[in-house]
Design a binder for this molecule. Structure first.
Ligand SMILES: Cc1ncc(COP(=O)(O)O)c(C=O)c1O
Length: 446
């Protein structure tokens, strides 16, 4: 699936050219100073339309794009123009959604800790729903709403306490951290619903990221519907059922365990390391079918909502760089792990060396970033064709949680360019300068 998906705008042409949304990557690496991020508007629009098609089995599914996954201006304004809403997690996201022209009625406010100040700003702006994570937080919001003379629409995030995924056997993940645990949810929801300045409207959950199979959402829906039934019996009605994000980027390599771990290389030898994620179409279809079955069997019919992030943006963005130096078993590039800091244990970027002839000599190298950090390694033992200083090097699938989490460890952050639907390439974020990075420092007066 990944490389041959016709809706993925990266392709190797038969001529041997590596193309991203109609542009020759080897040529772009020469045209602009590397490293830089490059976003495809067309890919983003296609991903959104594919997501809408996937979830068309239920009428009026609300989509709240998770702003933190990629908050570049073009991404937010494009999704806004497509009619997508936003999931924000604080004042910065809120300002970004506002700048993108988002209607607050299409915005939900999530997060484990929301300051009273941010809650006040969200209420004043008129966000659609504030998703609460505890009764303490509900009391704070109740007070804020009272001071403003408002009644605020709220949802409650639950931790559905689903059985742990297989990888939890290898690496402990967290439980009962986000939201209200399922076994306490009915009581807390009733307490929230009793607060005078809050109107209980929704249930929400978010069960992880880059989830391979729809089955976890099916179990989530079962739990949420049983909770809604319970709540209804106590007079609390849920109008909006938000199952969060987590849908997989179609193009990412899904590894059971990162190749960074020695045991993974053993699994790889037995062909047991890589699994393929179900397609977004399967996720949407199965979730919608099950949702429809549950509405029929229970008679409860809330609006379905989702909070996609990664699946919309991952393959819309790449990082373009160059090989700087080849030394021993190491290829040093100008792309750092700090430019793409999201180190998913279970998936992997696609790496591309554009401009190499198909018969270029290749051998395995460790691919390093340019910084002095030991962990600045993008890949161990990867075949590199024609390794030499100046060879273009591209990392695909870096649209989710990359720029948003990039840091300035020893170097300012990169510029961002966008390929518009017209085919034009435009600068949408200038490269930081050393002066930008140091601007906030306070030095003693001399
Ligand atoms: C509450 C919430 N909703 C949605 C998302 C988006 O998740 P994804 O990018 O995996 O779709 C996140 C990501 O962390 C999240 O925390």
């Amino acid at each position: 699936m990944p490389e041959s998906d016709p809706r993925d705008h990266f392709e190797w042409e038969q001529s041997g050219r590596a193309m991203f949304d109609g542009h020759d990557l080897a040529e772009l690496a020469k045209r602009y100073p590397t490293p830089f991020y490059l976003i495809s508007e067309r890919q983003l629009r296609d991903n959104y339309s594919r997501l809408c098609d996937a979830f068309s089995g239920v009428e009026g599914v609300k989509k709240y794009y998770s702003v933190k996954s990629n908050f570049e201006s073009l991404v937010l304004s494009t999704l806004c123009s497509e009619g997508c809403g936003a999931e924000i997690s604080g004042a910065m996201d809120m300002e970004l959604a506002r700048r993108a022209g988002m209607n607050p009625e299409r915005v939900v406010f999530d997060g484990p800790i929301k300051s009273a100040e941010d809650l006040k700003a969200a209420v004043e702006w008129g966000v659609h729903i504030v998703n609460l994570e505890s009764i303490d937080e509900a009391r704070v919001l109740n007070e804020v709403a009272g001071q403003l003379g408002r009644v605020v629409d709220v949802g409650m995030r639950i931790d559905p306490l689903l059985s742990k995924p297989y990888y939890d056997k290898l690496i402990t993940t967290y439980t009962k951290k986000f939201g209200v645990p399922f076994d306490q949810a009915a009581d807390v929801a009733r307490e929230i619903a009793a607060l005078p300045n809050l109107q209980f409207r929704g249930l929400m959950a978010h069960i992880g990221s880059q989830i391979f199979r729809p089955g976890r959402y099916i179990r989530l829906l079962d739990r949420m519907f049983s909770l809604m039934k319970d709540l209804l019996a106590h007079g609390v009605k849920v109008e909006e059922l938000n199952i969060g994000g987590g849908y997989p980027a179609q193009s990412m390599r899904n590894l059971r365990l990162s190749r960074r771990f020695v045991i993974a290389r053993l699994l790889e030898r037995f062909n047991r390391i890589e699994v393929q994620a179900a397609s977004i179409d399967d996720f949407g279809r199965e979730i919608c079918e099950h949702f429809n079955e549950l509405t029929k069997s229970t008679g409860i019919k809330p609006t379905l909502a989702i909070e996609p992030g990664r699946c919309l943006v991952a393959n819309t963005q790449i990082v373009v760089g160059q090989v700087q130096l080849v030394k021993n078993d190491w290829v040093f590039t100008d792309i750092s792990i700090n430019d793409i800091p999201e180190n998913l244990f279970f998936s992997e970027w696609r790496l591309v060396f554009p401009g190499q002839k198909p018969d270029a000599k290749s051998r395995p190298y460790n691919i390093s970033g340019p910084t002095l950090a030991t962990q600045d390694v993008l890949h161990f033992q990867r075949e590199v064709p024609g390794a030499a200083t100046g060879t273009p090097f591209v990392v695909l699938d870096t649209g989710a949680y990359s720029i948003a989490r990039a840091n300035q460890f020893t170097r300012p952050r990169n510029a961002v360019y966008a390929i518009r639907t017209s085919g034009d390439v435009e600068l949408i974020r200038r490269k930081e300068t050393v002066k930008d990075v140091l601007a906030m420092q306070v030095w003693p007066e001399k």
